[in-house]
Design a protein around this ligand. Structure first.
Ligand SMILES: NC(=O)c1ccc[n+]([C@@H]2O[C@H](COP(=O)([O-])OP(=O)(O)OC[C@H]3O[C@@H](n4cnc5c(N)ncnc54)[C@H](O)[C@@H]3O)[C@@H](O)[C@H]2O)c1
Length: 460
């Protein structure tokens, strides 16, 4: 393995090293995004090491137990690159960094309880890199960060006068913000364009060459890191705001007796409409956090900026409370009281078909229902017979459905897509259903005798 200082090499020499797979890669943070990234690098032939502080995760990987079972396509690659030793994993950053030419950071960038971006992991790793990184390395931040974080903070944290480590002189710093969708990461890695931003032209070229070697996608050159991060946030905030818009329409249409499903399907026929769907709330590690990241950047300039983003967050965060209102209304029709009812939550993941409850609206719904004194049951195909939010989740839908007074469909998992209203009427004493994901046909619900409330669907 060559240990050349790639930053100072001519680009064509770097290309040759990449083609011969003679570049060493390290990915720090091998979670939902970092692990598939590391596996993709290893599959391309580059020797790749994954570093993570989570010992349990590293032990799992060492025992050849693939940790991301809900991520299609990666199990086979995992086995292949572990067996041919292109991929290894460790907790020991100090052993790996001095021997790594490309260092990719895929660390979590959540927000704190006040919705302020929390860069603790990133800051802690960068402080370690300051004393470990070798001259000539390229450091690429894939984590989602605010525009300006690299320019205003990251560079200062990593440069080391004593060790004569300086960005743009003997190390390269860049970003390649990750935009993949959990549950579809492999598909996204093969089709979504990637943004490349860097502090200097040479680093941008090197990152482009190395990503070209791994991913068969368009690489979009950005003028700098902050623009690349602004693009990443813009795409997600666009979704957050549009979802807030359809959520508001949903609430209005319930009162007007208009079915939002029909409206959206017809509107989508128009060439410049982009469909978004209402729901119980917007969760996950990206959309809500990204809106707050941009709001945090804007706040430094003026509290008055990005009013629409603020309002969008407010609307989306109010949706779990609206869902509870729908439930109360339905229970009322079924002559039941929330205080003495058993409520089944169908789906707790923040999005369909993944095992992930980060910032899921289900959490708010459940905690509010508990405050009213309701008893909660959970069925989620990704969380069977386990403990979530202090509740033992059900193993079997058929069993739990017959115990409850009402059910709320919170997540549109594939397993719920074909549920027919008759299923509920045949299993429940008083079939009371709140559908927040437009799964149940309202006319079929009426015909089957359901007490039904659908988000944005109007009463039947
Ligand atoms: N999950 C998504 O949908 C998604 C999509 C696009 C972008 N992103 C962004 O990608 C980044 C990573 O997100 P993720 O979902 O993979 O997070 P994750 O929590 O699944 O993985 C992060 C990993 O980093 C490890 N880690 C934390 N602190 C560490 C430290 N000090 N040293 C070494 N390892 C450490 C954790 O143990 C974990 O395994 C975030 O910035 C996120 O916003 C996420």
């Amino acid at each position: 393995m060559s240990q050349k200082e790639i930053f100072s090499l001519e680009l064509n020499k770097i290309k040759k090293l990449i083609d011969k797979n003679e570049i060493s890669v390290c990915i720090i943070g091998i979670g939902r995004i970092g692990l598939p990234t590391a596996l993709s690098f290893a599959k391309s032939g580059l020797r790749t090491v994954g570093v993570d502080i989570n010992e349990e995760l590293i032990n799992k990987i060492k025992n050849k137990d693939f940790p991301l079972k809900d991520e299609p396509g990666y199990q086979e690659i995992f086995e292949q690159v572990i067996n041919n030793e292109k991929f290894t994993a460790t907790t020991k950053m100090e052993d790996i960094i001095p021997n790594s030419q490309i260092i990719i950071l895929s660390l979590p960038t959540p927000m704190d309880e006040n919705n302020i971006p929390d860069y603790t992991s990133l800051r802690s790793v960068v402080k370690q890199l300051k004393n470990l990184v070798r001259s000539g390395s390229i450091i690429i931040v894939e984590s989602t960060i605010e525009p300006g974080f690299i320019e205003n903070e990251f560079i200062n944290l990593i440069e080391n006068e004593e060790r004569e480590i300086k960005a743009g002189k003997n190390i390269g710093i860049g970003v390649c913000p990750e935009t993949a969708n959990p549950g579809e990461i492999m598909k996204d890695f093969e089709k979504l364009p990637r943004l490349v931003g860097a502090t200097d032209k040479k680093t941008s070229q090197i990152i482009t060459e190395i990503y070209k070697h791994v991913f068969p996608v368009e690489l979009i050159k950005m003028p700098n890191c902050k623009t690349a991060n602004a693009v990443k946030l813009t795409t997600n905030i666009f979704r957050d705001i549009n979802i807030a818009f359809v959520n508001e329409l949903a609430i209005l249409f319930e009162k007007l007796g208009i079915d939002i499903k029909i409206v959206l399907e017809a509107a989508d026929k128009k060439y410049n409409f982009q469909i978004h769907f209402p729901g119980a709330g917007v969760g996950g590690p990206c959309l809500p956090v990204n809106s707050y990241q941009m709001l945090n950047s804007a706040k430094e300039i003026s509290e008055d900026l990005l009013k629409m983003v603020k309002l969008g967050r407010e609307i989306n965060e109010s949706m779990p409370y609206h869902v509870i209102d729908l439930l109360k209304d339905a229970l009322n029709e079924g002559n039941k009281q929330l205080e003495s009812s058993k409520i089944l939550i169908l789906g707790i993941s923040y999005k369909p078909n993944v095992k992930d409850i980060q910032l899921s609206p289900a959490e708010v719904i459940i905690s509010e229902l508990k405050k009213f004194g309701a008893e909660i049951r959970i069925f989620d195909p990704y969380f069977k017979a386990t403990s979530v939010y202090g509740i033992e989740t059900a193993k079997d839908l058929d069993e739990v459905i017959s115990e409850v007074d009402a059910a709320i469909i919170v997540t549109a998992h594939n397993e719920f897509q074909n549920i027919k209203p008759e299923y509920f009427t045949s299993k429940m004493k008083t079939p009371i259903i709140v559908d927040t994901r437009g799964i149940i046909d309202i006319h079929a619900a009426k015909k089957a005798g359901l007490v039904f409330r659908g988000l944005g669907r109007g009463k039947i």
